[in-house]
Design a protein around this ligand. Structure first.
Ligand code: GLA
Length: 706
């Protein structure tokens, strides 16, 4: 058994990718196709070569093995969802990709080269082993070395195969605006289940993450295969169960309306699709993904600042006086970053005008923006601001100057959503405009934080005839330019932190998280609704980026009244923010909130950088409980919530996870009760919860005693 992350076993023609707990095997068949062999617990690779033999069932299923190709094109006898589908200049639409050679550029990287046997079209299949998190990153590069253009009809980032289970269950998230990240589970029967976005961005309706198990895994145990795609535009993940019991997960940019031309001498590189396996259930799956995000994806290791955001308090009625009042109150609460949301620029008095005109509104800020920034800084806070660079109101100077910059088809007017159109960010002029105004804004003012929003989907993605480039995909270009702008802004302004927002959580994925320090996961700030949104979010994404605000009670969306304790506990489970109209908070409310902010600062390193254990969920219980364990495992924080109680029902004992059995812990519940218990008892006997009242909640802190 090799201890290297990547080994090639020559006599059996097998590649072995090894993480700390898993083996991933594939090999080269005599006909040159590269076939998946095994993915799961660590095994002895040298005994698996026999799995490469061909399986033909009948002339109707002559090459069953092609269902588990590691990466293959549409061509020959292949009916499964393909990795690549292309049309050559001469009209041939048949790909015959076969193994050419491989390289191991570094210990943890493997590139398998595939080539067509007639045309000079090559595919590099890239693997990177993230051993410590039991993950493998995959992507492909397609290189056109023909003298002619090649039309790419479909190109996926990776194909994952899961085999050998009696049943296969898919877990994914779905949602809508203000109701993102709702978990769903479905048993797969033969056929395809497609998760996708055709809306131009990641979308709230689905998110590019999947998990497969045999229907029996739970939070703490069971085999789970999972993956997440890093693409913030139109994407597609197909979970296909074939009639021979294989499950293929094929994912990449969406082929719908997505074909493009690869010019001679050029290459296309797909987004990264990371995949993993664990036998530790959904909880361990999430911890592996979170650890990976901390170490390899998110551009910062700074802890989230406690922020105040003015949106729910003032909406578009932004005035320097109103913002100053909010800032002074926020500082008293211990807030560290004050953020002015929409409404500070152009003629932005409502969502009907002003988007695109990124000059400070002189009526609202007669002495300029710096007056507010100076006082915010004197109050000891950083200053942050909201922008939505990709959009434009038709009632704006920008649109009057450049009506040709928006997506439109010549014979169509274009759908307005929230009274706005979308700029074609793929155009070099538009990209330059955005980079210029953002550079001007960030160089003119002392701004430490940008909330970058996108409040509409893409419709009618036509390009003005002046800018048309035959064969380009507008869908891909837009996303590439978003990434390039964010990368450039981060380079020019390394001290500025960025938040990704799209009408709430509609653009969060492993692509965007390479550039964003934090994410606004939903416009729904009702602390109870938030529990299910936040829970679903943490299946794939880390609490380190998950921003949560404390807002009003009763809540404006659903009229629900919640105690401040519940609202804070719900929001302290990620990056804490306050978004209420704190000008109206009583001295008692201010004092209570201040105590929570102080408490949050004490526990935030554990919440943001620790390990998350989802102990109980309102999906199947009247209690929710989420435990965070610090990196050094010496401290733990548990948030518990009661939905409603039935008098006399069995008293809940919460069984914690991840503690050291033999270590004693000092346990404080809501900073009052004090207990000393062994880890073994906390994990197996459990902690009496004594939650009372509708929407009762408690914060439990544990400290290991030396
Ligand atoms: C979106 C965001 C909100 C707020 C508004 C401003 O809905 O998600 O947080 O910024 O836009 O228009």
């Amino acid at each position: 058994m090799s201890s290297l992350p990547i080994t090639y076993l020559e006599h059996s023609q097998l590649f072995e990718l090894r993480t700390s707990k898993t083996s991933y095997l594939f090999g080269i068949r005599p006909n040159g196709s590269v076939q998946h062999v095994y993915w799961g617990e660590q095994v002895e690779a040298s005994e698996c070569g026999y799995r490469l033999k061909n399986r033909g069932h009948s002339s109707f299923d002559a090459e069953v093995n092609r269902e588990i190709e590691e990466f293959g094109g549409w061509g020959g006898c292949n009916y499964a969802e393909p990795g690549l589908k292309a049309t050559f200049q001469d009209g041939v639409r048949d790909l015959k990709l076969a193994f050419a050679n491989f390289e191991i550029p570094s210990d943890d990287e493997l590139v398998v080269h595939l080539a067509d046997d007639h045309y000079s079209l090559r595919v590099e299949v890239h693997y990177r082993v993230i051993a410590e998190h039991d993950l493998i990153e995959r992507y492909v590069t397609v290189v056109n070395e023909e003298e002619h253009p090649v039309r790419i009809e479909q190109v996926m980032a990776a194909i994952w195969s899961v085999q050998g289970q009696r049943d296969y269950r898919l877990t994914h998230v779905t949602g809508r605006w203000a109701g993102e990240y709702q978990l769903r589970e479905t048993m797969l029967s033969e056929g395809k289940k497609v998760l996708e976005s055709r809306r131009g961005f990641t979308g709230p309706h689905a998110n590019p993450w999947f998990a497969i198990d045999n229907g029996k895994a739970d939070e703490a145990s069971g085999k789970v295969w999972f993956g997440a795609l890093g693409w913030s535009g139109n994407w597609k993940i197909v979970a296909e169960k074939t009639t021979f019991g294989h499950v293929r997960i094929v994912g990449g940019i969406n082929d719908f309306d997505g074909s493009f031309v690869l010019q001679p001498g050029t290459a296309y590189t797909s987004p990264v699709f990371v995949g993993g396996y664990t036998s530790g259930g959904f909880g361990e799956m999430s911890r592996l993904l979170h650890g990976y995000q901390h170490d390899h994806v998110i551009p910062t290791d700074k802890l989230r600042k406690v922020l105040y955001n003015s949106w729910e308090a003032t909406e578009f009625e932004v005035t320097v006086q109103g913002q100053l009042e909010l800032a002074r109150r926020a500082a008293k609460l211990g807030v560290e970053r004050f953020v002015v949301d929409d409404g500070w620029f152009g003629a932005r008095h409502s969502d009907r005008a002003g988007l695109g005109d990124w000059q400070v509104n002189a009526e609202k800020f007669p002495n300029g923006l710096q007056e507010l920034i100076d006082e915010v800084k004197e109050l000891g806070m950083e200053f942050g601001i909201w922008v939505e660079p990709e959009s434009v109101n038709p009632d704006s100077d920008l649109f009057r100057r450049h009506p040709e910059w928006v997506y439109q088809f010549p014979t169509r007017e274009g759908t307005q959503l929230r009274n706005q159109l979308l700029l074609n960010l793929g155009l070099p002029e538009v990209k330059a405009f955005v980079l210029d105004f953002m550079t001007e804004l960030l160089s003119s003012y002392d701004i430490s934080f940008i909330k970058w929003d996108m409040n509409r989907t893409v419709t009618e993605p036509g390009v003005h005839p002046r800018y048309q480039q035959a064969g380009e995909s507008v869908w891909i270009k837009h996303v590439q330019h978003v990434y390039e702008i964010w990368a450039e802004l981060r380079r020019r302004f390394p001290h500025v932190e960025f938040e990704t927002c799209a009408g709430g959580g509609a653009r969060i994925d492993l692509g965007m998280l390479r550039y964003a320090d934090q994410a606004w996961i939903s416009d729904n700030t009702d602390a109870r609704d938030r529990l299910s949104i936040q829970e679903g979010f943490t299946y794939a994404y880390s609490p380190a980026v998950m921003m949560c605000w404390v807002t009003e009670s009763p809540h404006g969306f659903n009229g629900r009244s919640l105690p401040m304790s519940y609202r804070f506990h719900s929001s302290m489970m990620g990056g804490l923010g306050i978004g209420a109209n704190i000008r109206h908070w009583s001295p008692e409310e201010m004092a209570e909130a201040k105590r929570y902010v102080e408490l949050y600062k004490e526990i935030r390193a554990t919440v943001l950088q620790g390990s998350l254990y989802r102990l109980e969920s309102l999906r199947y219980s009247n209690t929710a409980a989420y435990q965070y364990l610090s990196q050094d495992r010496k401290e733990s924080v548990v948030f518990t919530f009661l939905q409603s109680q039935h008098f006399g029902a069995e008293e809940r004992h919460l069984q914690l996870q991840g503690l050291d059995a033999g270590v004693k812990y000092e346990v404080t519940i809501d900073e009052q009760e004090l207990l000393v218990l062994h880890g073994s008892n906390l994990m197996h006997v459990g902690l009496p919860l004594q939650l009372r009242g509708d929407y009762g909640s408690k914060l439990i802190r544990l400290k290991a005693i030396q």
